[in-house]
Write a protein that binds this ligand. Structure first.
Ligand SMILES: [Cu+2]
Length: 126
């Protein structure tokens, strides 16, 4: 009974925290860092970073890169950051400072690796 209550309190605390962080995107002060998630996998026989298209606000963007495959893959925000290698079955975080525009997200290790793209938009001024 006591254990159940503790679990419930823990759950509520976590749920509140999750709500707080998910709300940041809309109500943030403008200084928070946005995180986007990309997963590397095989789709119809091709190596792809998914999703194919991402969107984020201008400023610092953290790319959390999950490589689900058995070989290393690369990641570069073209024209912005240095290429990074994500090892087999590894997750790596890369931070890039991005101005408004659309940037290809490429694997520099495999020319056939299908790129994704991210569109950066200016934060709305209230
Ligand atoms: Cu690759």
């Amino acid at each position: 009974m006591i254990d159940g209550e503790t679990d419930m309190k823990r759950y509520i605390a976590l749920a509140t925290l999750a709500l707080f962080f998910s709300g940041c995107h809309f109500f943030g002060s403008g200084n928070e860092v946005e995180t986007v998630y990309l997963t590397n996998l095989i789709e119809n026989g091709a190596k792809v970073w998914k999703p194919a298209e991402l969107e984020a606000y201008a400023g610092k963007v953290v790319f959390e890169l999950e490589n689900t495959l058995e070989e290393a893959h690369g990641f570069v925000v073209k024209g912005v950051n240095d290429p990074v290698v994500v090892g087999p079955k590894k997750t790596v975080k890369v931070t890039a400072n991005l101005k408004p525009g659309t940037y290809p997200l490429e694997c520099h290790l495999h020319p056939a690796h299908v790129p994704s793209s991210i569109t950066i938009v200016e934060k709305a001024k209230l």
